[in-house]
Ligand binder design. Structure first.
Ligand SMILES: Cc1ncc(COP(=O)(O)O)c(C=O)c1O
Length: 464
C-alpha cells in the first residue's frame, strides 16, 4: 500500500518540525489511506483547525431521462433539492413510522444542554456548541454490541452514503473498477465516476435478483470494489446468506485484494429468520457490511449509520472519514462525522428499547407493503415480491410518465428507468403511511397513460 505524503500537521502530531511537504499525486491521495493505527488516546481534547482537501460531490441528478449528471458543487451548478413540504414522499424509502421512542427526548436533552463558559468543567456535559466525540466511542460500542463484534470491526458514519464514499476512496485505486449489479443504488457508480474509475455492471437474473454468478464472471484482478445491496434496490430481492458466503469465497479466490461492500440498508425489514445478514463473513473475508439508521429506525434526517467490517479494512476506512485531519499510528484525528444530535439519537435507537421497536416496524412495514402491493394489483399494476420498504411495480406504459403524473398530484415516486433502462416501464414506490397510500391509490385511479406528463419537479434525484 502506497503511503501518502505527510502533512505539516501530521509531522507536528508526531513531534517533528513542520517543513514543506511535497505534493502527493492526486491518485495517491485518492486511494491510499494513511497507514494509521486506531486507538483512543485518553484525554485528547485538542481540535486543530485545518483546511482539508478533498473531492466535493453531490448526488443530485438532472430531471428526465438524461443520464445521471454529477454536480461539482460550484454554486451555478448546484440544484434545488427535492420538495419537502406538501408532497407525499414515496420516492426515498423513508420511514412513515417515525423513530423509536426515546429518540426525541434524547435529541431534546442534547439541544437543551447549557453552554458552559469554562471547559472542561466538572460535571459538564458538552452540548451542541462542542464538537462531537470524534472517536464515536459510545456509538461504536453500541453498534459492536448489537452484532457481537469487537469495536475494531465497527466504524460509525453518516449513513451508508458516507460509507460508500469512504469505500470508493479507499478501495478504488488507479485503474481499478467498481463492479455492481446493473440495476442498483446508483451512488457507488456516481462516486466511482467522479474519481475516474470505470464501473462494470452485471445483469440481474430472470427473477430480478442479483446474479452472483454474473458478478463473479466479471470479477478480476482489476476489480477494486464490488458493491451489492441485500435486499436489493430497486427490486427488493433478497439473497440467501449461503450464496453470499460462496460468492465472497469465490471472489477472493479470483481476486484476493478485492473488497466486497454489502449494503444492508433494508435488512431491518426482512422477515426471514434467521436473517441472511452477511455479518459473519467479515471475520474471514475482505467484506464490509453497511447498516443505517435512515430506514427502519426512521432517522434519515439525522444521517447516522455504521459499518461492520473486516478489521483490517475498517482500519483503512478510518483515514477517509469526513472531517479527517490526519493520523499516524495510534492516532485518528478528525472533527467528527455524525453530529451531536445524530449521536444522541443513535444511542437511543440502539438501546434495548430502540431495538425492540424495530420489531414493531418490521411487522408494520410488512403489513403496509402488502397493502401497497394489493392496492396496486387492484388497479392493474403487478409488483415484484419485496423484502424491503418499497415495491417495484410494472406500469402500463412509461414509468417516467407515471412519475410525472404523480408529481403533478404532489406525490413523489422513483421511475425504474433511473436505475436501468430495462426498468423503464416500472416505478418504485415506498411503503408509506395508510393516508399516503390512500392518496396514491386515489391518484392512480384517474391516471391516463395516453396523456403525456412533464417529467415533474424540475430536479429529481435519480437512482437512489
Ligand atoms: C440501497 C441503499 N443504500 C443506501 C441508501 C442510503 O442510506 P443512508 O441514508 O444510510 O446514507 C439508500 C437510500 O435510499 C439505499 O436505497
Amino acid at each position: 500500500m502506497q503511503k501518502p505524503e505527510r502533512t505539516d500537521f501530521d509531522r507536528e502530531a508526531a513531534g517533528q518540525t513542520p517543513g514543506p511537504a511535497a505534493p502527493a499525486p492526486a491518485a495517491a491521495i485518492a486511494h491510499s489511506p494513511p497507514s494509521s493505527g486506531f486507538s483512543r488516546p485518553l484525554g485528547f481534547n485538542t481540535i486543530l483547525k485545518s483546511s482539508s482537501t478533498g473531492i466535493l460531490t453531490a448526488a443530485a441528478f438532472g430531471c428526465g431521462s438524461a443520464p445521471a449528471r454529477p454536480v461539482t458543487g460550484r454554486a451555478e451548478e448546484t440544484t434545488p433539492g427535492v420538495p419537502v413540504e406538501g408532497y407525499v414522499r414515496l420516492a426515498f424509502n423513508e420511514s412513515p413510522f417515525g423513530p423509536p421512542p426515546g429518540v426525541q427526548a434524547a435529541v431534546e436533552e442534547m439541544l437543551g444542554r447549557p453552554y458552559a463558559l469554562e471547559y472542561p468543567d466538572p460535571g459538564f456535559l458538552p452540548g451542541i456548541n462542542r464538537y462531537p466525540d470524534f472517536l464515536n466511542v459510545e456509538l461504536t460500542d453500541l453498534a459492536a454490541r448489537r452484532h457481537g463484534f469487537s469495536t475494531r470491526a465497527v466504524i460509525v458514519c453518516c449513513g451508508i452514503s458516507e460509507l460508500i464514499y469512504m469505500c470508493s476512496q479507499a478501495f478504488l485505486g488507479t485503474g481499478k473498477h467498481l463492479l455492481m449489479p446493473e440495476a442498483g443504488f446508483q451512488l457507488p457508480a456516481h462516486y466511482a465516476g467522479r474519481k475516474g474509475n470505470p464501473v462494470r455492471t452485471a445483469p440481474l437474473d430472470r427473477s430480478h435478483g442479483i446474479d452472483l454468478d454474473a458478478l463473479l464472471d466479471r470479477t478480476d484482478g482489476d476489480t477494486g470494489l464490488i458493491y451489492l445491496a441485500n435486499p436489493n434496490s430497486p427490486t427488493g430481492a433478497l439473497l440467501p446468506r449461503e450464496q453470499l458466503k460462496s460468492f465472497a469465497q469465490a471472489a477472493e479466490r479470483k481476486s484476493p485484494e478485492t473488497v466486497v461492500l454489502i449494503d444492508e440498508a433494508y435488512m431491518d425489514y426482512v422477515l426471514e429468520s434467521p436473517l441472511p445478514e452477511a455479518l459473519s463473513l467479515v471475520r474471514n473475508h475482505r467484506v464490509v457490511v453497511g447498516r443505517t439508521l435512515s430506514k427502519a429506525f426512521g432517522l434519515a434526517g439525522l444521517r447516522a449509520g455504521y459499518a461492520v467490517g473486516n478489521e483490517e479494512l475498517v482500519l483503512e476506512l478510518n483515514g477517509f472519514l469526513s472531517g479527517y485531519l490526519g493520523g499516524d499510528p495510534g492516532w485518528r484525528m478528525f472533527e467528527g462525522n455524525v453530529n451531536r444530535l445524530g449521536a444522541a439519537a443513535m444511542v437511543a435507537a440502539l438501546s434495548d428499547e430502540g431495538l425492540a421497536y424495530l420489531e414493531t416496524v418490521r411487522t408494520r412495514n410488512a403489513a403496509q407493503r402488502n397493502r401497497l402491493a394489493e392496492g396496486l394489483r387492484g388497479l392493474g399494476y403487478d409488483s415484484l415480491p419485496s423484502h424491503a420498504s418499497f415495491v417495484l411495480a410494472r406500469t402500463d406504459s412509461d414509468g417516467e410518465n407515471l412519475r410525472g403524473f404523480l408529481c403533478s398530484r404532489k406525490i413523489l415516486v422513483q421511475d425504474g428507468g433511473s436505475f436501468h433502462p430495462r426498468y423503464r416501464d416500472w416505478v418504485r414506490i415506498s411503503v408509506g403511511s395508510r393516508e399516503d397510500l390512500d392518496t396514491l391509490f386515489e391518484a392512480l385511479q384517474v391516471y391516463d397513460p395516453s396523456v403525456s406528463y412533464p417529467a415533474g419537479f424540475p430536479v429529481f434525484y435519480h437512482g437512489i
